[in-house]
Design a protein around this ligand. Structure first.
Ligand code: NAP
Length: 267
C-alpha cells in the first residue's frame, strides 16, 4: 500500500508539531510539507527538534499543495485562517482534516457544501481525543434521562476561542436527546456579568483558561437527589494523535464532509 501523503498547516505550533512527530513515526504516512508563515525554507525536523527530515516549511499553502500534491491537509492553525485553508484544499482536490476550533456553524455548512460539490472528503473534529469523544457520546445518552445539565470546559490560557469547540459540539449532541425544559430559576438574575456562563441550546457552558491545563471538560447532570458527572482530561497533546491518524485514514474513502470523530468510530 502506498503511504498517504500528508501536509500539515500550523506544523510549527503545539498541535502541528505533535502531528508531524506522529506522521514520521508511522510508515503508512508520508509527511510531505509543513506550512508556516514564519519558518519558510527551514527543515521542519530541525525547527521542531526531531533532527533533519529533509522536508521544508512552505510559507504559502497554495504553493505547498501545488508542489507536493498531498492526499490530505491536516490543519491546526487559528480560527481566522482555517476556513480559507480548507476551501483552498478542497478546491485543489486535497482532503482537509481540520482540528482547528472556532469555525462557526455557517462556515462548517459552507465547507460541507463545497466538499460535496467537489466530491472531496473532509473531516472537521473539535476534539480528536477518543476519550473526549466517548464522553460526548455518553453525555448525549445521559441527557435523555437527566435534562438538567451544565458544561464546564477548562483549557490552557493560550487558547483563542471560548467556549471550546468540544463544549459546543457536546451541547449540540446533548440537545438532540434532551427534552425541552426550562432550566434554573425563572427569576434568576446575574449580579456579575458572565457569572452564569454562556447560554446554548437551553443550558449553560462555562469556560476556564489557566496555565498548567491542556484540555479538560466536565458535563454535570442534576436530578432529584443525585448528580452525574462525566469528565475527560487530555493531559498531553499525544492524546489527540490516534484520532488524527484515524481521520487521515478514513478521509481517504469519503466524498463528503464529516463533522465530529464520533461518526468515524466503529460501534
Ligand atoms: P498554536 O501552538 O498557537 O499553533 C497554531 C499555529 O497556527 C501557529 O504555530 C502559527 O504558525 C499558525 N498560525 C497562526 N496564525 C496564522 C494565520 N493567520 N494563518 C496561518 N497560520 C497561522 O496552537 P495549538 O495549541 O497548536 O492549537 C491550534 C488549534 O487546534 C486551535 O484552534 C486549538 O483550539 C485546536 N485544537 C484542537 C484539538 C482537537 O482535538 N481538534 C486539540 C487541541 C487543539 P506560524 O506562525 O508558524 O505560521
Amino acid at each position: 500500500m502506498k503511504p498517504i501523503r500528508v501536509a500539515v498547516a500550523g506544523a510549527n505550533g503545539r498541535m502541528g508539531r505533535e502531528v508531524v512527530k506522529m506522521l514520521v513515526q508511522d510508515e503508512t504516512f508520508e509527511f510531505v510539507r509543513g506550512i508556516s508563515r514564519t519558518q519558510g525554507g527551514k527543515d521542519v525536523g530541525e525547527s521542531i527538534g526531531l533532527g533533519s527530515l529533509g522536508v521544508t516549511f512552505s510559507d504559502s499553502l497554495e504553493s505547498a499543495l501545488l508542489e507536493n500534491r498531498p492526499d490530505v491537509l491536516v490543519d491546526f492553525t487559528i480560527p481566522a485562517a482555517v476556513k480559507r485553508h480548507a476551501e483552498i484544499a478542497l478546491e485543489m482536490g486535497v482532503r482537509p482534516v481540520v482540528g482547528t476550533t472556532g469555525l462557526a456553524e455557517g462556515e462548517i455548512a459552507e465547507l460541507a457544501r463545497l466538499s460535496e460539490e467537489r466530491r472531496v472528503g473532509a473531516v472537521i473534529a473539535p476534539n480528536f481525543a477518543i476519550g473526549a469523544v466517548l464522553m460526548m457520546m455518553f453525555a448525549a445518552r445521559a441527557a435523555k434521562y437527566f435534562p438538567h445539565v451544565e458544561i464546564i470546559e477548562m483549557h490552557h490560557d493560550r487558547k483563542l476561542d471560548a467556549p471550546s469547540g468540544t463544549s459546543l459540539k457536546t451541547a449540540e449532541m446533548i440537545a438532540r436527546n434532551r427534552p425541552e425544559i426550562r432550566q434554573g430559576h425563572p427569576e434568576e438574575k446575574e449580579t456579575l456579568e458572565g457569572a452564569r456562563g454562556g447560554y446554548r441550546h437551553g443550558f449553560r457552558i462555562h469556560s476556564i483558561r489557566l496555565p498548567g491545563m491542556v484540555a479538560h471538560q466536565e458535563v454535570i447532570f442534576g436530578g432529584p437527589g443525585q448528580t452525574l458527572t462525566l469528565r475527560h482530561d487530555s493531559i498531553h497533546r499525544e492524546s489527540f494523535m490516534p484520532g488524527v491518524k484515524l481521520a487521515i485514514q478514513k478521509v481517504m474513502n469519503l466524498d463528503r464532509l464529516v463533522y465530529g470523530l464520533e461518526h468515524l468510530l466503529e460501534e
